[in-house]
Design a protein around this ligand. Structure first.
Ligand code: SAH
Ligand code: SF4
Ligand code: F3S
Length: 470
């Protein structure tokens, strides 16, 4: 398929002017006190990265941030549409803001993100949640300051659904949540149209950021002390196809890996249909690339993979896994699985079970199929009952628990380099993570958070390891 190149558009000057205007307006309204924003992010890291841009724009508009909705002048939920459960949670939590708005009528309540790119959702919000003042989708981030200013100034409800799903904007201010663990988007959107998935409809067509822009941001993060950087895209393996001079993902990650410093480089998500040997070789020879491959297979049955429009079969998937195991010493493999795709039989499901037994994943993200409005799978006959699907789902979890426990217990006695990520509230233990993305709990000084340490693995408890600092 030939892809036309997509050129980045810089964030317009006009938006900077709106940020100034918001700061002035809020200064008067708050009589010199800092206005506060409460941001809650649902869904995947793409949304987390978008929220970091929104926080960047809010900071430049004079806002500080709060964890207490009651203290906020501006409340924003960045929403996810991937499964019905995710949407229900958002509707429930938005409903709960009604009383808050009654108590503090001056609060501006806003919703953004993937759910808001669906017309039927925006309509429902408009009709059933009159206290929501601002709604915008994933294609409207580049004029968020303008939308915010409009809703603050004239108090009218602003509902905006973007059409420019082929555009790529650069130059956002980014306020990262973490100081040592961070996200770096390398591309947006998806062209794959897996038949169950809403993402291509709410995130638009695939667009890659320029290699030099990504390298510059990676340099800044590394020199700014980031230790764990995850490159983000819905399908990182097709990175570069929309660039004027195409670059492969393997080339990109290899160039980032050549930046000096003490850091780990991760990426997600890799699509099995074009996870190349070249990429696996780059990981195997990498200096900073974590020995972890998240490669969602969704189903172990070829019939179902075809119905899902995944463009690989079980054999090809297992060949890729075999190559990764051969090349990447101690590779940690993780995956996503959907149980109960329309038409799936218990025989198909058993193929999924046999695949996870064969590969022995470190951990799995498992989901029961959720019909999404407007996707092809929504219209398929789905004769298996919800109870039956739940039974299969529990069977899958039991098998995986056994495998994870086995994989983790094999690590007892080994020494692992870990990144200390935080302190466990309940026990005061340190939370750390291996290069393979496995959690390790250990005793130690909280001052070590954000540093790499060596740990001896002493115990395995299901999929969590216990360790001692060396
Ligand atoms: N781009 C990534 C995944 C994005 S969505 C990829 O292709 O791997 C994350 C996961 O949610 C998917 O891998 C899939 O397992 C799950 N998912 C997506 N749509 C779903 C649906 N309609 N029902 C259940 N699970 C779904
Ligand atoms: Fe959805 Fe498939 Fe795209 Fe992943 S690759 S975001 S599952 S359409
Ligand atoms: Fe959800 Fe949108 Fe991510 S639908 S999974 S937040 S791309």
């Amino acid at each position: 398929m030939s892809v036309t190149s997509i050129k980045p558009v810089p964030l317009s000057e006009k938006q900077s002017e709106y940020m100034h205007l918001i700061a002035e307006l809020m200064e008067i309204r708050k009589r010199g006190e800092k206005p506060l924003a409460f941001i809650r992010t649902y869904g995947c890291q793409q949304n987390v990265a978008d929220s970091e841009k929104i926080k960047g724009m809010l900071s430049l508009s004079g806002f500080d941030f709060t964890d207490t909705p009651d203290d906020a002048d501006f409340i924003l939920f960045n929403t996810c549409a991937v499964r019905e459960h995710a949407e229900d949670r958002v509707f429930g939590n938005v409903g709960a803001l009604k009383n808050l708005k009654r108590r503090h009528p001056q609060i501006l309540i806003a919703l953004c993100g993937c759910m808001m790119e669906q017309q039927h959702v925006a309509n429902r919000i408009y009709n059933s949640f009159p206290f929501v003042g601002l709604v915008f989708g994933t294609h409207s981030l580049h004029h968020f300051p303008e939308l915010l200013y409009q809703s603050l100034v004239d108090g009218k409800r602003v509902f905006e659904r973007g059409n420019d799903d082929q555009m790529l904007y650069e130059g956002f201010p980014v306020k990262r949540d973490g100081s040592f663990k961070g996200w770096l988007p390398i591309m947006y959107g998806c062209n794959n149209f897996c038949t169950y998935c809403i993402v291509p409809y709410v995130r638009g067509r695939e667009r890659s950021r320029e290699k030099d822009v990504i390298l510059k941001e990676a340099h800044q993060m590394i020199s700014g002390g980031f230790k764990d950087i995850t490159l983000l895209g819905q399908n990182v393996n097709s990175y570069g196809k929309t660039l004027e001079s195409p670059v492969s993902f393997a080339q990109l990650i290899n160039e980032i890996d050549n930046i000096d410093g003490d850091y780990w480089l991760r990426f997600m998500t890799s699509h099995p249909k074009d996870c190349s040997k070249e990429l696996i070789d780059v990981i195997a020879n990498g200096k900073h690339i974590s020995r972890h491959l998240h490669l969602p297979f969704q189903s172990g049955s070829d019939r179902i993979l075809k119905a899902m429009n995944r463009h690989y079969d079980r054999k090809k998937y297992l060949e890729t896994i075999a190559y990764a195991k051969k090349k990447i010493d101690g590779v940690s493999l993780t995956s996503d699985i959907i149980v109960g795709f329309p038409g799936e039989t218990y025989e198909d499901f058993k193929q999924t079970l046999s695949l996870i037994r064969e590969v022995e994943f470190t951990s799995l993200f498992t989901f029961i199929f959720s019909p999404r409005k407007g996707t092809p799978a929504e219209k398929l006959d789905d004769p298996i009952s919800a109870e039956e699907k739940s039974k299969w789902f529990r069977e899958l979890l039991d098998v995986q628990e056994e495998i994870a426990a086995k994989r983790c217990s094999q690590m007892v006695g080994q020494t692992e380099r870990v990144l200390i990520e935080g302190v466990k509230e309940k026990t005061g233990e340190l939370n750390a993570r291996t290069s393979g993305n496995i959690i390790v709990e250990l005793d130690g000084d909280p001052a070590l958070v954000g540093t790499f340490q060596n740990a001896k693995i002493t115990k395995a408890r299901n999929w969590i390891l216990k360790g001692e600092l060396i």
